[in-house]
Design a protein around this ligand. Structure first.
Ligand code: FES
Length: 132
């Protein structure tokens, strides 16, 4: 069996939503100290919906595929749903990642969480509206 699924290869070779959002409502950057890879997520949020999302990833192929898939999974979705995206869901949407590459999908989950936390810290009233 091939190490990487067709979906991983597709999102690695043709990543969706690469780039930056200049006037982003939330920006999150995370890194993995072990491998040194870095992921940055930009969010544009309107009416509690993720209107746009872009990423920059300096990392391995699985990290790029994970960022690409993660952005696709939250684009157009309510913020509350984006908040609950797990690395497992990202890996499953990619038809799996090798065990030693699961941490790459964790980076995607953490980068999105970090961008959402940035958004909430700039818009604390939104968090109150959400009831938590
Ligand atoms: Fe570290 Fe993939 S090897 S994110």
């Amino acid at each position: 069996m091939a190490l990487y699924s067709d979906k991983v290869m597709d999102h690695f070779l043709n990543p969706r939503n690469v780039g930056i959002i200049e006037d982003a409502d939330g920006v999150g950057e995370v890194g993995n100290a072990k491998c040194g890879d870095i992921m940055k997520i930009y969010l544009k949020i309107e009416d509690d919906i993720v209107k746009d999302v872009k990423f920059e990833t300096f990392g391995c192929g699985s990290a790029i595929a994970s960022s690409s898939m993660a952005t696709e999974l939250i684009k157009g979705k309510p913020v509350s749903e984006a908040m609950t995206l797990t690395n497992k869901a990202v890996a499953e949407a990619l038809d799996g990642l090798p065990a030693h590459k699961m941490h790459c999908s964790v980076l995607a989950e953490e980068a999105i969480q970090s961008a959402l936390n940035d958004y909430y810290s700039k818009n604390p009233e939104k968090k109150l509206e959400g009831g938590n």
